[in-house]
Design a binder for this molecule. Structure first.
Ligand SMILES: [Zn+2]
Ligand SMILES: [Zn+2]
Length: 218
């Protein structure tokens, strides 16, 4: 998760546009301009918000007794619940003090996912090889950033499945395959026309023991 995405900040704008023909040459030249505040964002810790959200939603799940002797804890945790709700409310009240929410300042890179959704990422939070999910919650596409001559390119993360008939690989979004129901069967048509059926299977493997490692000369 991007931890700086919700940092506190104030955004201001100079009263007059910079004279393009004669721009200030130093930072203090810019600071001499009159600035008007256009908004402020009250920072929050996304991880803490996530935990609060989880805690609150867990109270919505009621565990059913398995036998008559089990104690049913209906609203048994009233105090815990009201403490958490109080915590969440004070966090929300604090956020009310802000007048805007932004994803921070800094250059960002953009690309379109196969689902059509535009994905925007802060450049300084990306690194070569970084993997992230498409922002569209109903899309299973996952992307890997590649740093190429100073600019980022994005490649979808896939798993190739070989055709039973011709051996050619068909690529699937990694997340779609990994999240597939373990008991379910998926089918796909290969370019050769063969219909393939696949499902997850647990297989026996031989672990490589240290003694079986090839001996080195040194
Ligand atoms: Zn997508
Ligand atoms: Zn085939």
């Amino acid at each position: 998760m991007d931890e700086t995405i919700a940092s506190s900040l104030t955004r201001s704008m100079s009263e007059k546009p910079v004279d393009k023909a004669n721009p200030p040459e130093t930072a203090s030249g810019y600071q001499k301009q009159n600035f008007v505040e256009i908004g402020n964002q009250v920072g929050f810790d996304p991880k803490r918000m996530g935990k609060l959200w989880q805690a609150l939603s867990s109270f919505l799940h009621v565990s059913l007794p398995e036998s008559k002797s089990d104690k049913v804890e209906t609203y048994g945790e009233i105090r815990k619940i009201s403490n958490k709700i109080g915590e969440a409310l004070s966090e929300l009240k604090n956020l009310q003090n802000g007048t805007m929410v932004s994803s921070g300042i800094g250059s960002q890179v953009e690309f379109d996912c196969y689902c059509g959704r535009r994905n925007k990422r802060k450049e300084k939070l990306l690194s070569d090889g970084k993997i992230f999910n498409c922002v569209n919650p109903s899309c299973k596409e996952r992307w890997r950033a590649h740093l190429n001559e100073g600019s980022f390119e994005f490649e979808s993360v896939t798993i190739g499945v070989k055709c039973e008939s011709c051996g050619d690989e068909t690529l699937f979004p990694e997340r779609w395959l990994l999240e597939m129901d373990r008991k379910g069967i998926a089918d796909f048509d290969c370019k050769c026309g063969h219909k393939n059926y696949v499902r997850w299977q647990l297989v026996q493997v031989k672990p490589v023991m240290p003694t079986e490692m090839p001996l080195s000369d040194s």
